[in-house]
Design a protein around this ligand. Structure first.
Ligand code: AMP
Ligand code: ZN
Length: 111
């Protein structure tokens, strides 16, 4: 999508600190970390948010969670996965993303 920040990161137009990439999924460090480890895992295809997951596009969502499981192995003590959807939830980037947070005890407001 032309005007989407995370699509631009996927395309390399905007730089990111990548921690994982394959044909379908990209994971990169959040620019404003809320925890010692704060990674964003996104599908490379544009999906606006969790409310737009459908039978037609959910395979890439499953792939995101396979990547989260792999990344999580390196996060000692466990981790949290968060996906904000819509304004009341605080979603600021309308491209589906999963916050992966860890590295310290987390409070309930993180991400
Ligand atoms: P949300 O508020 O749930 O939509 O999450 C969007 C996240 O994207 C926030 O945690 C931001 O810090 C993060 N973010 C915004 N711009 C960038 C960027 N250029 N690189 C990495 N993370 C970003
Ligand atoms: Zn996008």
């Amino acid at each position: 999508m032309a005007d989407c920040l995370f699509c631009k990161i996927v395309e390399g137009i905007i730089p990111s600190q990548k921690v994982y990439e394959d044909d379908f999924v990209l994971a990169f460090k959040d620019i404003a970390p809320q925890a010692p480890t704060h990674i964003l895992v996104i599908p490379k295809t544009h999906i606006s948010g969790a409310a737009d997951i459908t039978p037609e596009n959910s395979a890439v969502v499953a792939r995101c969670f396979e990547v989260i499981a792999q990344l999580g192995k390196d996060i000692e003590g466990g981790f949290r996965v968060v996906s904000n959807c819509g304004g009341n939830a605080g979603q600021t980037v309308p491209h589906l993303h999963f916050h992966v947070l860890g590295g310290a005890p987390l409070n309930l407001t993180m991400a």
